[in-house]
Design a protein around this ligand. Structure first.
Ligand code: ZN
Ligand code: ZN
Length: 471
């Protein structure tokens, strides 16, 4: 019998439209901001809407760190290129998954040690986390995050090896300035943050005190484009376990209560709910257990779900709707349901991007010859999730994207894994090293910038009690 997969290949029409729309918005920006000299570039970013970075070339803020210190970290980033290439390559060749990144963490600690930096491995109660710091804790403190976990089976298909190189590189570039006579007041902390993929390692670190005394956090993620700001959805894991009553399905079916019926009704209800959900909310589910034999009324059915939403409060609303669906399905079928949210993990919050810090990142990247796209250029329907959101609701932060691949290559594919080990990945790590270091310096040197960063954070609601947010 022919076992060929006859599933109908999806049309790429919608995806093609998205790509074309993104290219059009990008074209409108670069066409206008390149300018002919005759026209002002103001307004070029209007396409980004109110969340856009909002500054064309000359409009980016002045101030920040002294030029000599900025040049010093940019020069240091270039000097570090061989070691950044080494990190990119070594982690890529030996991928390790969440909470198992022992060799990756050891490699990064080893590179730091070469430069006389003593990092603490196993920081904040997580064996594969690490932490290093330089400067004076009495002053303002900014953290740089380095991720290094890979995906099961497909390796560094999210390019966290590039994040690791960029974070370690930025800390090393800053280390010289922070130990010089002209050092700014304050401190730089490097946080090695494991277990982003499928987990919420940063929430574990935060609950174990990793952010105590830290005022802001920055990181970068590789992608198919340079992007200053993009939507990242909050995400929660959910399990429904329906319990019924078994019975002989032919002889005494009326003596049974069917847990698979409950799971099936709940699954249908999610489909109906979708029509009434906010447009970029996502619910995806699998039925992991649905009974043992057709002749026995199913006693136990298990459904695993992810729920995602653009805002923290809409994720909470969506959670309540899903609770109602599970209870409703159980009621209709006379079964019981156990609802387990965030099973053994923690929720991921959406990313709250700090625009004042983003502006510094954009300035720094333009000096490297990159021009990150402002918010609103990429379609928000492309959104995924990251545990950096949990940091960004506690302290101001940024999570911009740096280009390592062609724009049409998606994260979590074999093609992206290949791109994460190319010369483009190394040059992204060098530019990100310079960008993160320069952004951190601006924050430490410029009191006006710090005020703007924290005013903006307060206006957006200030710190959220992430631990109890969904209770
Ligand atoms: Zn990923
Ligand atoms: Zn990632």
């Amino acid at each position: 019998m022919d076992r060929m997969n006859r599933a109908i290949p999806p049309s790429t029409a919608y995806l093609d439209h998205l790509v074309a729309e993104t290219a059009g918005r990008r074209e409108a920006l670069t066409g206008a901001s390149a300018g002919s000299g005759a026209s002002s570039s103001s307004g070029a970013f209007a396409v980004g809407g109110p969340g856009a970075v909002g500054q064309a070339g000359a409009g980016l803020p002045d101030g920040g760190a002294p030029a000599a210190q900025v040049s010093a970290v940019e020069h240091a980033a270039e000097e570090l290129e061989p070691e950044l290439a080494e990190i990119v390559r070594r982690l890529h060749e030996d991928p390790e998954t969440a909470f198992e990144e022992h060799r990756s963490a050891a490699t990064l600690v080893e590179v730091l040690a070469r430069h006389g930096v003593e990092a603490q491995l196993g920081a904040h109660g997580v064996p594969t986390a690490f932490r290093a710091e330089v400067g004076d804790a009495a002053g303002p403190t900014i953290a740089i995050c380095a991720e290094y976990d890979a995906l099961p089976g497909i390796g560094h298909a999210c390019g966290h090896n590039v994040i690791a190189a960029s974070g370690v590189g930025a800390f090393l570039a800053l280390h010289d300035v922070m130990t010089s006579a002209d050092a700014p007041a304050g401190r730089v902390v490097l946080l090695g943050t494991p277990a982003e993929e499928g987990h919420t390692g940063k929430e574990v670190l935060a609950r174990n005190g990793a952010l105590e005394g830290i005022d802001a956090a920055i990181m970068v993620h590789p992608y198919g484009l340079d992007v200053a700001d993009q939507v990242w959805l909050g995400r929660r894991l959910l399990t429904w376990t329906f319990t019924g009553r078994p019975a002989h399905a032919s002889a005494q079916p009326y003596m049974g209560r069917n847990a698979l019926d409950a799971a099936s009704l709940a699954y249908q209800a999610i489909g109906l709910l979708r029509q009434q959900m906010p447009p970029v909310d996502r619910v995806h589910a699998t039925i992991a257990e649905g009974g043992t034999r057709p002749s026995i009324i199913t006693e136990r059915a298990v459904v695993h779900l992810y729920a995602r939403s653009k805002y923290a409060d809409t994720l909470r609303d969506l959670s309540h709707r899903l609770d109602d669906i599970a209870h409703g399905a159980a009621r209709m079928t006379g079964t019981d349901v156990e609802i387990t949210w965030d099973d053994g993990a923690h929720p991921s919050l959406p990313v709250r991007t700090n625009r004042a810090l983003t502006d510094r990142w954009v300035s720094a990247q333009r000096r490297r010859g990159r021009d990150p796209l402002p918010a609103g250029v990429l379609s928000e329907t492309l959104a995924a999730s990251t545990d950096f959101g949990n940091f960004s609701f506690r302290i101001p932060g940024i999570h911009p994207l740096v280009q390592v691949s062609d724009p049409d290559v998606a994260l979590h594919t074999a093609e992206f894994a290949a791109a994460a080990a190319t010369p483009a990945a190394v040059s992204a790590a060098v530019d990100s090293t310079a960008g993160l270091a320069s952004t951190a310096l601006d924050y430490l040197y410029d009191a006006g910038l710090r005020a703007a960063v924290h005013d903006e954070f307060a206006e957006e609601g200030g710190p959220v009690d992430v631990e109890t947010y969904f209770d």
